[in-house]
Design a protein around this ligand. Sequence first.
Ligand code: NAP
Length: 522
Amino acid sequence: MNLLQNYLSGRWQAGTGQGTPLLDPVLGTELARVSSAGLDLADGFTFARETGGNALRAMTYRERAGLLAAIGKVLQANRDAYYEIATANSGTTKKDSGVDIDGAIFTIGQYARWGEALGDVRALSDGAPARMSKEPAFLSQHVLVPTRGVALFINAFNFPAWGLWEKAAPALLSGVPVIVKPATATAWLTQRMVADVVEAGVLPAGAISVVCGSSQGLMDALKPFDVVSFTGSAETAGVIRSHKAVAQLSVRANIEADSLNSALLLPDAAPGTPAFDLLVAEVAREMTVKSGQKCTAIRRVLVTAAHYDAVAQAISAKLAKVTVGNPRNDTVRMGALVSREQLDNVKAGLAELRGQTDVLHDGASAPLVDADPAIAACIGPVLLGTRSPATADRVHAVEVFGPVATLMPYDGLEQAYDFIRRGEGSLVASVYSADAAQIAETALALADSHGRVHAISPEVAAVQTGHGNVMPMSLHGGPGRAGGGEELGGLRALGFYHRRSAIQAETAAIDAVTAASTPFAR
Ligand code: NAP
């Protein structure tokens, strides 16, 4: 039995019991097991908090940026092994594995570069000194210093690589040790990356730990200066939010939950225009990249009633070309969902949406390539459509975490915004048009309910980064249903791992404080 070890208290430790098996979602074979049973979590958290935290806080931002650069090199050197693990455990094609693995390496490299520029200081100044009285002798200066605790990451199954490093990069750069608990289904890649970084000896003891298996007891181990960053379902998010650590000890929590992201074709983008083609290509891509298992994937597509049929036909034509099955076969464009359980969830979600929609393209019953439908967690893309989005309430409420999207018509932009807002807060909306002024107006109208508005016009067709691609320079998170969290957004991400304090003192002391810190230029 290949029981993956946990790294806690600065040493590798096996959980007790038989553990939970990790499966190949295409072949159904067992790959490894995980168990966190019997671990002394309190000791592990104390070790990270004290040994890891002290070592990291003793370093400057520039030195910690050096740690990130070193991690990036370790990950780069082991990249081929990560691709193999992703194929086996996530059932992803090479391209889709790259979204996770290379996305992780890119993000960590970006934070290494940004961190380098923060220089050899251990604090950040926030804003300018403010006079506290008529006399300029007594001033207030806000500063940011790393929190004296650990950062616990409870992650989702769909990004075992990026999900770790997009959080760990700003945490470690801030001087905060990391404890990651990957989702069980795909824990292997996270565990292996941590193992490689530990083996390379590039981080101080206690700076990184990994717990694979049950989440039992993790939240109980948190103390007031710790932070927890969660990515996963709205249901588990509710458990985290109401846990004593968050509700009573003021442990800061960042939540990234589910989201019904939209793509909006503006009225100027008629069939035959580049903006129309850009929407069609983006929707088809978003539905199929990682088999639609991206929290940012397009779930709702809004077009004017006049273009509904043309859009349905164009997207369906693209989806019809998508071959689904075993990612080891080079002809396969879309691999598996992460598990049979997820396949069941997708089918249940589809059944619920089908009650209120028409099926415009049905890839669900298409034959699989090199995969047994009785075993593989594979399903082809399904485009649904409703001409009554005002009454079809499920399409604004049910997130099918797979290759599924729903097309709907709108009558006037205000109505389109209303439909989009019925998602009750989303990670991203994308807008397609050649009219820059209208793009600006629409982006501002949607900004209050989205962490990101991605506008695609013909001018940016070749350089745009993709609706669902989370780039480290831009905010990731969304209000309301999306969890209310904020990640990335350049150096803004450091805010979560720092404490802000107002230092009130005489001018000479304030001068000394600002001399010992770098302005927090977000
Ligand atoms: P989930 O069941 O909530 O699991 C997420 C993580 O929470 C896993 O590591 C899970 O561990 C852990 N967990 C489960 N119960 C827990 C508890 N009582 N206390 C503490 N941790 C607990 O979510 P999922 O169904 O696997 O993930 C899919 C969802 O994630 C989708 O709805 C998707 O929208 C969302 N997602 C959001 C984002 C984003 O950035 N907003 C990104 C990706 C995914 P186990 O795996 O061991 O159960």
